[in-house]
Design a binder for this molecule. Structure first.
Ligand SMILES: Nc1ncnc2c1ncn2[C@@H]1O[C@H](COP(=O)(O)OP(=O)(O)OP(=O)(O)O)[C@@H](O)[C@H]1O
Length: 425
C-alpha cells in the first residue's frame, strides 16, 4: 500500500459527537487519521495528539469526542462524515454502574465473603455494535487501572482475539491498540489469550460441541478469577454471537448466563429480545437485564464483506500487521508422524440412510481420525495442548498398560484442552 500524496482534510467534531470513517476493501492508498486538537477516542481508546494512525482496508470506525476536537484525515476513505446522535452517554452510564460494583468488590476483597466484580454479557442481533460496546467497556475499565477479563464467545468474530472459528478469553491490562485491534500480536497487546477451537462459522451448526466448549471456557475464566483477586474485582465482559438472540439460540444464551455466573445482560438494539430476557430472568435476583440503543453509525456487513475480513484475519494471524509483521516459516513433516483429528461425523449422509438409533447430535462431539492427507490441503489446523502419552500415563497410574487411548478417551482429552496455536497446510 502506498502513502497518499493528498493533503490532510480537516473535520471539526462537536462535543459528544463522532467522526465516522469507512475504508473499502481495495484501498490502494493508506488512510490516515490524526488528532489535531482537543481529545478523541476510538471505541474507548484515547488518541494521542499529532500521531498518525493508519486505518486498514475493510474498516469501519467512529472517532468520538466528549469535549470536541479537530481531526485530520489523509487519503480518500469510502465514507467519512460527522454525526451528533450517538448512544455513548448511555454506554458511559453503564460503565459507571459497573465501576461502582468493581469498587465495592475491591473494598471487600479481603473479607471472608469477598464480592466479585460485575460479569456482563452483551447480546443482540447481527451488526448492532456488540463487539464495539465490549471494546468501549473494556477500554474504560483498563484506563481506570483494572486487569479486565474479556471472553469472546463469537466464533464468527472477525475482530476477535484469535482465529475465526475459535472462542477465547484474555485478561487485558492495556487498552486495545487502534491499529492492531483486539487480536493484535502479543507485542502490541501484552496478553496471550486462552483459545478453544470450535472450527465452524456458526454456534448452531454444531450446537452440542459449541456448548461443551463454552462450558470449558467458563471453567477457565472462573479459575482465573478465583486465583487472582485483581481480575475477580474487575469482573468479566462477555461478547456473544448474534445467534444467541435467535429463538433457537436461547438455550446457549441461558447456558452462558449460568456458567459464566453473569450478573448483568446488556441487550443491544432489539426490544423483543429485551422483553423475552426480562421475563425469563425476572425471578432471578442475581441477573439484571438492561437495554441499550444501537448506534446509528454501526454498519451492516454482508456475507462477502465478512468473508474478506475473515480471510484478512487468518492472514494476519500468520503474517502479523503492518506495524508488527511476523515471519512464518514452513516445515515438512510426514503425515504418519502427525495425529490429525476432526470433530464431527466421518461420513456425511442423510439421517434416513443411517442405522436405527443413530444419534446425529451425539456425533457432534465425536473426534474422528483423518485418514487421508489430501483433504488437509489449504486448511488451517489447530495445534492442541492435548498430550496423549501424558493422558495414557495418568489413566494407568504411571505405567502404560493400554497401547492407545480409546476413541472416547481421546475425544474427552481433546475437547478439554485449549489450543497452542494454528498451522496452515
Ligand atoms: N459508531 C460507529 N460508527 C461507525 N462504525 C461503527 C460504529 N460502531 C460500530 N461500528 C462498526 O460497525 C461494524 C459492526 O459493529 P460490531 O462488530 O460492533 O457489531 P456486532 O453487533 O458485534 O456484529 P456481529 O453480530 O456481526 O458480531 C464494525 O465494523 C464496527 O467497527
Amino acid at each position: 500500500m502506498t502513502e497518499s500524496n493528498a493533503s490532510w482534510q480537516t473535520f471539526v467534531v462537536d462535543p459528544e459527537s463522532e467522526l465516522r470513517v469507512e475504508t473499502g476493501p481495495k484501498e490502494a492508498v493508506l488512510i490516515k487519521l490524526s488528532l489535531n486538537s482537543g481529545t478523541a477516542e476510538i471505541f474507548g481508546t484515547e488518541l494521542a495528539p499529532d500521531v498518525e494512525y493508519s486505518i486498514s482496508p475493510n474498516n469501519k470506525l467512529a472517532v468520538f469526542s466528549w469535549t470536541g476536537c479537530t481531526m485530520l484525515v489523509k487519503g480518500s476513505p469510502a465514507v467519512s462524515y460527522t454525526a451528533g446522535e450517538t448512544p455513548m452517554a448511555s454506554y458511559l452510564n453503564v460503565h459507571l454502574a459497573l465501576e461502582a460494583q468493581r469498587r465495592d468488590a475491591e473494598a471487600f476483597s479481603t473479607s471472608e465473603n469477598a464480592l466479585a466484580g460485575p460479569r456482563v454479557l452483551v447480546v443482540g442481533p447481527s451488526d448492532v455494535g456488540k463487539s464495539s460496546l465490549c471494546k468501549i467497556l473494556l477500554n474504560y475499565s483498563v484506563k481506570l487501572g483494572h486487569a479486565q477479563m474479556f471472553a469472546d464467545l463469537d466464533c464468527t468474530e472477525t475482530s476477535g482475539l484469535s482465529m475465526p472459528g475459535s472462542i477465547s478469553a484474555s485478561v487485558f491490562s492495556r487498552v486495545v491498540d487502534v491499529e492492531e485491534g483486539m487480536g493484535g500480536t502479543l507485542v502490541s497487546t501484552g496478553t496471550s489469550p486462552i483459545v478453544f477451537y470450535y472450527g465452524y462459522g456458526e454456534p448452531l451448526e454444531k450446537a452440542k460441541l459449541y456448548s461443551k466448549l463454552i462450558g470449558r471456557l467458563a471453567e477457565v475464566v472462573d479459575a482465573k478469577t478465583k486465583s487472582d483477586s485483581k481480575v475477580r474485582c474487575a469482573g468479566v465482559i462477555i461478547n456473544t454471537p448474534s445467534q444467541f438472540s435467535e429463538s433457537n439460540g436461547y438455550a446457549l444464551l441461558t447456558q452462558a448466563v449460568e456458567e459464566f455466573k453473569v450478573s448483568a445482560i446488556l441487550v443491544v438494539g432489539q426490544e423483543r429480545l429485551y422483553s423475552d430476557l426480562s421475563r425469563q430472568f425476572q425471578s432471578n435476583e442475581q441477573v439484571s437485564v438492561l437495554k441499550l440503543a444501537k448506534s446509528g453509525g454501526v454498519v451492516s456487513r454482508d456475507k462477502a464483506f465478512r468473508k474478506a475480513v475473515q480471510s484478512a484475519k487468518v492472514r494476519e494471524y500468520f503474517y502479523g500487521t503492518t506495524r508488527y509483521p511476523l515471519s512464518p516459516f514452513s516445515s515438512i513433516v510426514r503425515f504418519d508422524d502427525l495425529a490429525v483429528r476432526r470433530v464431527g461425523e466421518s461420513i456425511v449422509a442423510p439421517s434416513s440412510v443411517m442405522p436405527i438409533g443413530y444419534d446425529r447430535k451425539a456425533q457432534e462431539t465425536k473426534i474422528v481420525k483423518v485418514e487421508s492427507f489430501d483433504i488437509l490441503l489449504n486448511s488451517v489446523l489447530a495445534v492442541t495442548h492435548a498430550d496423549r502419552l501424558e493422558a495414557l500415563l495418568a489413566l494407568s497410574g504411571g505405567a502404560i498398560s493400554a497401547p492407545a487411548l480409546t476413541a472416547d478417551q481421546e475425544t474427552s482429552l481433546i475437547l478439554d484442552k485449549n489450543v497452542a496455536g494454528f498451522v496452515y497446510v
